[in-house]
Design a protein around this ligand. Structure first.
Ligand SMILES: Nc1ncnc2c1ncn2[C@@H]1O[C@H](COP(=O)(O)OP(=O)(O)OP(=O)(O)O)[C@@H](O)[C@H]1O
Length: 352
């Protein structure tokens, strides 16, 4: 299994506009990391550097203990042992499924090629599909063949560039789970580029949240969701309730009352971050000044999102309840908090 180490990656396409700005990322061998970030933050640029299609201004990429990109080093893409699954599969349309999968299997006998091809097609759930042509496959099947093609030469690393974008949501979940299982079965290290938070959290072992060409936070899905590095990351990886608050030891004083803190803080004023599912609607409190008001109710089937106006909080506070909610806009409510929050002190002018 091959570790991937990316250090200090910096790149500009034009003078003065840094797209990668000292990006660091480590993916332990055999793990799948999701690189998650808004459009234009540099995800694809990073992937192109790792694949060897682009030489960065500075920084190093090490794969399996070997520098493939670095000062004075630039290994060509075909010698990096990297498999790529592009956005829409990009199968060769004039080649059969089997010939697509066997494409990278050079220096092997015909029998070996055909055995490996069938093995890979089985791995991605398409046994016997070898003779078909790409146009005879659905979008999801084409993505599976693309993965089989990437995995066939037993690469050290597989790069997946928003591979589920073209699939409808019903198909996405199934193909995602199969891709993950196939990567695990082969032990390949993977990097999945996506701007879909749900996809990153549900598919990857590690999530690297990228902002303006740098990794703002890298951790397990649970870590980045439960202990976001800052309010921006919190809002980017899911619904977030951001409240002004002040640390008072193990709790923070907020407009929702005292909220237990994940990490104690004293006297620090800042932003308290909770998740909408940590809030519950209760009967309105007798004290008028603490009374919140329902602003909007949106039903999503499995859950309902209720937007609430809370005295002392500028933005609407989101409450996620399981199942339907019997409240209407204008109803007075109370809000109870469960679990712990993170407190992010206001940054000083020097840190900004
Ligand atoms: N070849 C290029 N020449 C000049 N600018 C480029 C080039 N490729 C990308 N850019 C610019 O670099 C920035 C980052 O692009 P990149 O494709 O890496 O972002 P991304 O995070 O993958 O975005 P998306 O999620 O929209 O694909 C964008 O502003 C883009 O316009």
């Amino acid at each position: 299994m091959s570790d991937l180490h990316i250090t200090g990656l910096t790149h500009s396409y034009a003078p003065g506009a840094r797209i990668l700005d000292g990006l660091d990322l480590t993916v332990p061998g055999g793990r799948l990391a999701a690189v998650l970030g808004p459009s234009g933050c540099g995800k694809t640029t990073m992937l192109r550097v790792v694949a060897g299609f682009l030489r960065p201004d500075a920084g190093t990429v090490e794969l399996d203990g070997r520098t493939v990109t670095g000062p004075g080093v630039h290994l060509p893409p075909e010698r990096r042992r990297i498999g790529i699954v592009p956005q829409e599969g990009a199968l060769f349309p004039h080649l059969s499924v089997a010939r697509n999968v066997a494409f990278g299997l050079t220096h092997r006998t015909r029998a070996e090629r055909s055995r490996r091809t069938e093995e890979m097609l089985e791995l991605v759930g398409l046994p016997g599909y070898g003779p078909r042509m790409p146009h005879e496959l659905s979008g999801g099947q084409q993505q599976r063949v693309s993965l089989a093609r990437a995995l066939a030469p037993a690469p050290a690393l597989v790069l997946l560039d928003e591979p589920f974008n073209a699939l409808d949501s019903a198909l996405r979940a199934g193909v995602r789970a199969d891709v993950r299982a196939a990567l695990r079965a082969t032990g390949a290290t993977g990097v999945l580029v996506t701007h879909d938070q749900q996809e990153a959290l549900s598919t990857a072992d590690l999530v690297a949240v990228v902002r303006s060409g740098r990794v703002a936070q890298c951790g397990t899905p649970q870590e980045v969701y439960r202990r976001p590095a800052d309010p921006w990351v919190a809002g980017f990886v899911g619904g977030a309730v951001l409240l002004p608050g002040t640390g008072e030891g193990s709790t923070a004083r907020t407009a929702l009352g005292p909220v237990p803190l994940e990490v104690p803080a004293d006297g620090d004023g800042g932003t308290v971050v909770l998740r909408p599912e940590q809030l519950a609607l209760t009967a309105p409190p007798s004290d008028d000044t603490a009374r919140a008001t329902v602003a909007d109710v949106s039903f999503h089937g499995a859950d309902t999102l209720v937007s609430v106006l809370v005295p002392g909080v500028d933005a609407l506070v989101q409450v996620r309840a399981t199942g339907p909610v019997d409240r209407r806009p204008g109803d007075p409510v109370g809000i109870a908090v469960t679990g712990t929050a993170t407190l992010h002190p206001h940054r000083t002018a020097r840190e900004r």
